[in-house]
Design a protein around this ligand. Structure first.
Ligand SMILES: *Cc1c(COP(=O)(O)O)cnc(C)c1O
Length: 355
């Protein structure tokens, strides 16, 4: 048995992978592979429609917002967001909570005027800034709901009248959200939604008022909305597998039900970190991520021995990101409670042998 704790591309439910592999051989009884059919075939159009429906149902999205499946990864949204939402003469506010928000800021600054109104850089991003003033003149406030690398997560979103834009790449579909707070949400698929290659965008239609004269066609959300995510060829297979995974989520009770399990998993793992004398978490208690658990050994010389013990228990992908060091266990929706239990048992055995 293997337990996949990689941060992304990340774990998918086994049954989703099996269904996807069937469709690679024979999709929808067409006698053709999903890899070789037209995105405009009625069979694939119905996949796209079902994917839209599932996103709308799972996140409780009404008519004010529209759903898109695009290519380019979450990183392309670092440019598309300011290109489409930030008007000349206006400013946007960004909160810097780590690598991904820093990249969003850097790209955003090539298109417009951006203020960093809060940052947790002073403590190597080990917390989520709170209580800072947000001037109501900003066109939008950009935040990153879950910081995949540092293991921090917003438990409550900032209270503000400024429209929120949120990179939810690593915690979308892990918990209920109030969609009305957001003008735009984006997420690369490969953390909690599907395989790499598709990017989910959810945008409030009324926010798209900027003249698009200066935008290339594929950078303009309006063209993708008109084309129902088929303005150009969409990432056919990643959209299909994402749809299967969202079906799996719905069948298992949706985001409320998965949140309950996600909380159980993270409580189990943080509980062990707090109990075990060899390990610690550097992340502020109230900001601990339920998706990416970043932790360290008090004695870093034991790092290789711990990774070796993990490996022999079938635990993969727990080495920390190079910018933080230590370890990171990504416990996305598809990770069963059992996998987290096995990891905590290995931590206990490691304590018994090295404590
Ligand atoms: C992984 C990740 C990204 C980058 O996603 P790509 O699809 O590789 O561009 C951006 N933001 C967050 C929060 C991520 O976890």
């Amino acid at each position: 048995m293997k337990y996949n704790f990689y941060a992304g591309p990340a774990i998918l439910p086994r049954e989703v992978i099996e269904e996807a592999s069937q469709a690679v051989l024979n999709f929808s009884n067409m006698g053709l592979s999903i890899l070789e059919i037209s995105h405009r075939s009625k069979e694939f159009v119905s996949v796209m429609e079902e994917a839209y429906d599932l996103v709308q149902q799972l996140l409780n999205i009404g008519n004010d917002h529209t759903v898109l499946f695009l290519g380019g990864g979450a990183s392309t949204q670092f440019s598309m967001v300011p290109l489409n939402l930030l008007h000349a003469g206006r400013k946007a506010a960004y909160v810097d909570t780590g690598t991904w928000s820093s990249k969003a800021i850097r790209d955003g600054r090539t298109y417009g005027d951006i203020d960093i109104i809060a940052s947790s850089k002073d403590k190597n991003y080990a917390y989520i800034p709170k209580g800072y003033p947000i001037d109501s003149s900003y066109q939008y406030l950009h935040i990153t709901s879950n910081n995949t690398i540092y293991g921090t997560q917003y438990k409550a979103f900032p209270e503000t009248n400024v429209p929120l834009v949120c990179d939810m790449s690593s915690d979308i579909f892990s918990r209920p959200i109030d969609i009305n707070k957001f003008d735009l949400i984006y997420a690369g698929a490969q953390k909690n939604m599907g395989p790499a290659g598709a990017t989910l965008v959810i945008v409030r239609k009324s926010a798209l008022t900027k003249s698009s004269d200066l935008l290339g066609a594929t950078l303009d959300y309006n063209n993708h909305i008109k084309g129902k995510s088929m303005y150009n060829t969409p990432p056919v297979f990643p959209v299909f597998v994402s749809m299967l995974n969202l079906r799996w989520l719905k069948k298992n009770g949706g985001v409320e039900a998965i949140q309950a399990i996600n909380t159980q998993k993270s409580n189990l793992l943080y509980g062990e970190l707090d109990r075990n004398g060899l390990f610690y978490s550097h992340v502020a208690h109230e900001d601990r991520s339920d998706m990416n658990v970043s932790f360290h050994l008090h004695n870093p010389e034991l790092t290789d021995a711990f990774l070796e013990m993990c490996k022999s228990a079938g635990i993969l992908g727990v080495a920390g990101h190079r910018s933080v060091g230590g370890f990171r266990a990504s416990i996305y929706n598809a990770m069963p409670l059992e996998g987290v239990r096995v990891l905590t048992e290995v931590m206990q055995a490691f304590e018994a042998s090295h404590g």
